[in-house]
Write a protein that binds this ligand. Sequence first.
Ligand code: CMP
Ligand code: MG
Length: 435
Amino acid sequence: MVSTESDHQQILCAYGGSEPKESAGIDNHILVDAGTVIFREGERGSSAFLIERGEVEISVRRNGEDVSLAHRGPGEVFGEMAIIDDQPRSATVTASQPCQLLMITRDQLVNRIEQTDPVLRMCLRVILQRFRTTLLRVQAMDHVDLPLRNDRGLEPDRGAQQYDEAVREIKLEEEIRHALRQEDFALYYQPIIDLHARSLAGFESLIRWRHKHRGMIAPDVFIPTAEASGLIVPISHWVFEEACQALVRLDQDMASLCGAHQPIFMSINLSVRDFANLECVDIVRGILDRTGVAPERLKIEITESLLMHQPEVAATALSEFKTMNISIAIDDFGTGYSSLSYLHKFPIDTLKIDRSFIRTLEKGNDNYEIVGTIINMADRLKMKVVAEGVEYAEQADLLRDLGCLYGQGYHYAKPAPERDIIPWLQQAQTSQGPL
Ligand code: CMP
Ligand code: MG
């Protein structure tokens, strides 16, 4: 990972060594006075900057003179070129007014560029190359009297919404990075019930973010940003390790509570980005070795979109997991753009029927037919089925009638921290319990 320190250091130096007036520490705001050189032409760069307030001047030194190329103001970005193509800074940037800048790190930019589709990536490279060639040609002339780019970029009024979204994204990413360092993530566990044996079959581990100011944050708020930035890889690594350690502890707790018991499984959600990481399978192997968890106790949950959009990436990792004896479940089944053909192309063991089908499940209605059909199909393909979002005893009864093996949902338990599991189990097994 490339450090983002150096630009920051440079600003510090330009600042005469005094502390930069960064607001709130982790959100990457930098305040600079008028006249501060933010970076110089020819230096290596490690960040781009979004101007939130103030104005900067972009200049080059030619024949011993500073030649002004352009001014940039609120809503505009500078310093992006060196980050995208790894060349030295093409110009010097000086604050012409007091500025508030938001630092965009190389990781933030490069991760996204690497992930965009190849056509867009190629176009970006060509545009940048052309811009640099023009810049060199113009700079070779005796004098430069026209700014090369005098467009005003993304003015806040024109692109206010996009601008706000981008700023939110940049800040959120920094906060996620910080949360990882501070270990502010937690795992919650939701029981998965064997509907016929009326017993606990396993757990799904679900990540939560214990945010210092905003309280508990659900994954849908931060996982998309974690995926776009690549931070999902270290997050999933942590999740995997933590879930395996919890499984070992739960085994011990359950043994002291009810003696010998059926081995329970642990479901762990992974994302497309995890699969694209070549070390993913090795990381999992390492965790199994360290924790001593048997691979057949684990289920990896993936979404249909992974199989649809990145079939080659998925196929390699999934078959390795399968060889290791780890099960594979399709999460939220029925909501993606399903092509059923993938079901027999990949080593899938379990379908998790999306909650939207269970919510309005009633004997004989459309969802009843759909759920029944999915269960029959899974049966013929030798796959197990988990019904998600079971909220009432009646839904559990209908699912049992339809031959569904497992159920998960608020009827049994909400996702809860590890310390609540044993008390839940004790209560669940009483006559008033949901089992
Ligand atoms: P980078 O090369 O990283 O550092 C200098 C920055 O100045 C560059 O990225 C662009 O953001 C900006 N820049 C370079 N040349 C011009 C120009 N001619 N007009 C406006 N901005 C420029
Ligand atoms: Mg899931």
